[in-house]
Design a protein around this ligand. Structure first.
Ligand code: FAD
Length: 256
């Protein structure tokens, strides 16, 4: 029988750790534009302001501010894909889709253009040193997934399950982890169905690890519910977020 102390210890293993950062606004200049794949555009930024940029978690987000003529700037959340304090550079990867202000700006960005950013305000760190980590998402999750893989330590076991528009949207990344990638290409079925159907191949048999997922909000909610209600994972073992909402602009939904 499991004692209450053992249960507490078991669930603490999955506890999230919150870190606050001083909120700063920075002005960045585009120094390179690179098409990573048909669906992903990489922009490299530089600024002396980046010498003390802090981002402790692979799924941190910064606010990007896009000027709107005659109105308040539009704010959108993006992942600091990588950064280098010594070189004072920051990389952001933009998934290309039906263009809102962020995507439209990125698609027309040229070397020398400037961008205002804020944050990250803080980080919500997922546990380390668990037997396995599964990362699930759509294109908007790929920057965080890529960063986590790049930051992985020797000996980590990471599986990824990602859905993209085309086979050549698959991410190329170097990692020290034992990485098992699973790529799904959309074929007309919805993302929830396709991702759910692929879970058997991705989830380890034991229930000891941690699942991170980010996708369109309804997809992320449905997957999280499936993992808890059908697969029997504890909600503590899952960090899920809606990175966008179909038909709505600039939305971020934490899913508890
Ligand atoms: C924490 C966090 C981190 C994120 N990190 C990244 C990142 O690193 N890279 C990245 O590309 N995105 C990332 N996103 C998602 C990004 O913020 C949204 O996709 C955002 O809506 C894009 O802004 P936009 O101005 O182009 O479109 P919006 O003006 O917000 O939306 C315009 C239309 O496009 C639709 N739409 C928005 N996103 C998508 C999409 N991906 N596919 C299809 N339709 C879409 C909307 O439903 C709306 O109908 C992140 C989101 C969060 C919450």
């Amino acid at each position: 029988m499991t004692t209450p102390a053992e249960t507490a210890e078991a669930t603490d293993r999955w506890a999230l750790r919150r870190v606050r950062h001083e909120v700063r606004r920075r002005v960045l200049t585009v120094t390179a534009v690179e098409r990573l794949s048909p669906g992903m555009l990489r922009l490299v930024f530089a600024s002396p302001d980046l010498a003390d940029f802090v981002s402790a978690g692979f799924d941190d987000h910064i606010k990007l501010f896009f000027p709107i003529e005659g109105g308040e700037p539009a704010m959108r959340d993006y992942t600091p894909r990588s950064f280098d304090n010594a070189a004072a550079t920051l990389v952001i990867d933009f998934a290309v889709h039906e263009a809102g202000p962020a995507t439209a700006w990125a698609l027309s960005a040229k070397v020398g253009d400037t961008l205002n950013i804020g944050g990250p305000r803080g980080s919500v760190l997922i546990p380390e040193a668990l037997p396995w980590l599964v990362l699930i998402g759509d294109e908007t999750a790929l920057p965080a997934i890529g960063r986590r893989l790049e930051e992985a330590q020797d000996g980590e076991t990471i599986a990824t399950l990602a859905i993209v528009d085309a086979a050549d949207d698959a991410l190329a990344v170097e990692t020290k982890a034992a990485w098992t990638p699973h790529w799904l290409v959309r074929d007309g079925s919805d993302d929830t169905q396709a991702l759910t159907a692929a879970l058997d191949a991705v989830l380890p048999a034991d229930k000891e690890g941690f699942i991170w997922l980010a996708a369109e909000a309804r997809v992320a909610k449905a997957l999280r519910a499936h993992l808890v209600e059908v697969r029997g994972f504890s909600p503590k073992q899952i960090k899920a977020a809606g990175y966008w909402v179909r038909g709505a602009e600039g939305v971020h939904e934490r899913i508890e």
